[in-house]
Design a protein around this ligand. Structure first.
Ligand SMILES: Nc1nc2c(ncn2[C@@H]2O[C@H](COP(=O)(O)OP(=O)(O)OP(=O)(O)O)[C@@H](O)[C@H]2O)c(=O)[nH]1
Ligand SMILES: [Mg+2]
Length: 474
């Protein structure tokens, strides 16, 4: 097995070692998470100190110091009173509506995180070391990979706005003063039909089995949309619980592309009772979590782009689900709520020493990450079925005196996909490779010479031997 990637302490400029000051300034995750470990936590939440970002209004506005607007003419000694009565009657004074209750995500997140009975936040004693594994599970595109990258502070998992970006299980290690958490980022769980997608969902489901706790990552925007739809259909007094039969079909995310006629997995268990406001796609994931009898909690992600009041019914709906732990609103993009989430996860981990040294941060090899950087560019720069027909292999990875030579093969399924990837006079491939090479250079901390070949491998995503070759099936 390839050795874990470490962060060498001394190599200047390397992202594996100390991070350059520039990245920290941007408010990297480490700073967000670090705030929980270095600063003593206030007994009462101190919003000025712990939250730099107000998701309702963006960065807080500075008090105005500019000139006041000029006052209108004033009546006083020597001034003449107007002769004509005003043309309009005086406006009727109405009391202003009460301001909407303010929701502070960080505050809500801390509240949720404190709710666990094993909570040792309040303890003044030095806390025992806890170490364990957590799986980030959820539907495709909810932000699992963004969340892991944010906590670890390194780009381990590739991210794109397209669903089914992650195809493998990727471990990221976060080590604090009294905690080590092994995060497992997983492919999105969906109704899979093609062999590749089945393999991906299989990996995600297997990753639920052995961990200490599962974090169900939910896209808050989608959750609110679904809850609103249900509220409109049923009215505000909708029954809180019912069987999952209604409206489940046709609302779950599926593989990209056409139905390939595969048999759908049969539900053999007794039906679970779900609050109708929990969306069908999430029910599928929750069923899998409960099948393994796992402790689980919820990270409601993307609160930076969510209507805040609308999220309350969603929180209410999830809090009624069986064996659920805290429901923590977060934004993986802005780092809001990440520190409370990490604290909440800690409460589920066993008291035991760290498994990995503090400078290790993933189980994946540099080769794997380089291949993924190239695949990410294909996801970002091409459309429709092209990214789903691409697999990347690194054929050569050689450290030379002043640079690293990386030779990559991009496998596609059809000649048309090859033509799109290469583009007019190779323009598209040049753009893809340049962007991927920049990320490789940042990871390795040295110059990279990247050579890319495109090969046609008909229907590779349906052939078991090819899935094995690319590492999607063990
Ligand atoms: N606004 C906002 N967007 C986010 C946030 N977290 C993730 N995203 C975006 O959501 C999209 C999907 O993010 P990913 O991290 O790739 O999602 P994923 O769950 O890993 O997706 P799969 O790998 O396909 O299962 C990307 O465009 C991210 O930039 C967030 O907190 N706020
Ligand atoms: Mg992902």
């Amino acid at each position: 097995m390839a050795p874990n990637i470490r962060k060498p302490p001394s190599r200047p400029g390397s992202t594996l070692g100390r991070k350059p000051a520039k990245r920290r300034e941007k408010g990297s995750t480490k700073r967000g998470v670090g705030s929980t470990r270095s600063a003593p936590r206030p007994a009462v939440y101190d919003r000025e100190r712990t939250s730099e970002f107000d998701p309702r209004s963006g960065p807080r506005a500075a008090p105005s110091t500019g000139p006041r607007p000029a006052a209108g003419p004033r009546l006083g000694a020597g001034a003449r009173a107007p002769v004509d009565p005003p043309a309009h009657p005086a406006p009727i004074e109405r009391p202003l509506p009460p301001p909407p209750p303010e929701i502070r995500w960080e505050e809500l997140a801390w509240e949720a995180a404190r709710a666990h009975p094993d909570d040792d936040f309040a303890s003044k004693e030095p806390r025992p070391f806890r170490c364990g594994q957590v799986t980030l599970a959820g539907q495709p595109n909810v932000g699992k990979s963004t969340l892991m990258n944010r906590v670890i502070g390194e780009k381990l998992a590739i991210v794109s706005p397209k669903p089914q970006t992650t195809r493998d299980r990727i471990a990221g290690y976060w080590t604090g003063p009294d905690t080590q958490i092994v995060f497992l980022d997983t492919p999105g769980i969906h109704k899979a039909r093609s062999p590749l997608n089945r393999a991906m969902v299989g990996v995600a489901i297997e990753s639920l089995e052995t961990v200490d706790v599962v974090v169900l990552v939910v896209d808050a925007q989608n959750a609110v949309r679904w809850a609103d739809k249900i509220a409109k259909q049923k009215g505000p007094s909708a029954p809180l619980r019912q069987t999952p039969a209604v409206a489940d079909e046709g609302n779950e995310p599926e593989d990209f592309g056409e139905d390939e006629g595969g048999e759908e997995a049969k539900e053999t268990e007794a039906p679970l009772l779900f609050d109708p406001r929990v969306a069908p796609g999430e029910r599928r994931v929750i069923r899998s979590i409960l099948r393994y009898n796992k402790k689980w909690m919820v990270a409601l992600n993307k609160v930076d782009v969510t209507r805040h009041m609308a999220l309350l019914p969603v929180i209410q709906a999830y809090s009624g689900l069986p064996h659920v732990g805290p429901i923590v609103p977060i934004s993986a993009r802005t780092a809001d709520g990440i520190a409370p989430l990490v604290e909440a996860i800690r409460t589920y981990l066993p008291e035991q020493p760290a498994e990995f040294s503090a400078d290790e941060f993933t189980d994946r090899s540099v080769r794997f990450l380089c291949a993924e950087f190239l695949r990410e560019q294909v996801f970002l720069q091409t459309r429709e079925e092209v990214p789903y027909g691409v697999a990347v292999e690194i054929e050569k990875f050689e450290d030379l005196a002043d640079l690293t030579h990386v030779q990559a093969v991009v496998h596609v399924e059809k000649p048309a996909q090859r033509a799109i990837l290469i583009g007019k006079a190779g323009a598209r491939m040049k753009e893809l490779a340049t962007a991927a090479r920049a990320q490789m250079e940042e990871l390795l901390g040295r110059k990279v010479f990247l050579e890319v070949h495109v090969r046609i491998e008909p229907k590779w995503s349906e052939r078991i031997e090819m899935l094995k070759q690319f590492g999607y099936i063990l």
